[in-house]
Write a protein that binds this ligand. Sequence first.
Ligand code: KIV
Length: 275
Amino acid sequence: MTNTVTTFQKMKNQGERISMLTAYDYSMAKLIDEAGINGILVGDSVGNVVLGYDDTIPVTMEDMIHHGAAVARGAKNALVVIDMPFMSYQTSIYDAVVNAGRLMKEGGAKAVKLEGGEKVKDQIRAIVDASIPVMGHIGLTPQSINAFGGFKVQGKTEDTAKQLLRDAKAVEEAGAFAVVLECVPEQLAAKVTEELSIPTIGIGAGAGCDGQILVYQDMLGMYSDFSPKFVKRFAEAGLIMNQAFKEYDKEVKEGTFPAKEHCFTMKEEVLDRIY
Ligand code: KIV
């Protein structure tokens, strides 16, 4: 089944939960797509988990287009959403529309995601008016890490909880088709989910959201630099890979790989003629 923004809305209306994972390349997008996951986010988390930066700030439009296009080639049924990187939409409404358009035309996005609530409602409205679906992202928004002073749960006080609700409503009113809630207390995320008519996709926001998203390296145990409390490891793929790499190293050094079945041969008479 091909997933579109309409599928997401239908799933919320029918009380069905939406699954999303991140991906940054063709092979992983194909595997995730074949598992029936509803949506793939080409997150700017590519900066951390693929490019090795400390945060998402250095990620560029070219990075997002490069990885987005690879994912779009691998995903046949999942809705492909590409993140707008830092400073690709904050600077002006014009920049926001031009860059969202590039992610769709050059990156193969079916929708874009951008961080922020009330402050970016005009950008969301303008992008949606250009027929590009937008996913909002509120709560802990990693592009604002320097303003937050670190990775912290958002919306724990009365004032910040009220602001989060205002942000959620602003994103919906601006025309977003869904909104990510990151690192928000579960009770507040459930309240936002109840108040909004568009789907909420949680990451560290509890089971009351309409859907969930995780970074695939986190849920497969492939990224050890930082492991947030909200991550569940569904496999220890990092360990399996490490064992395989060690086995390969051993066999190469022992000379047992490649074996006969991994080799190509040529006719002996041809070989004779080259001496
Ligand atoms: O960049 C990303 O991977 C994200 C998810 C964590 C929601 O924004």
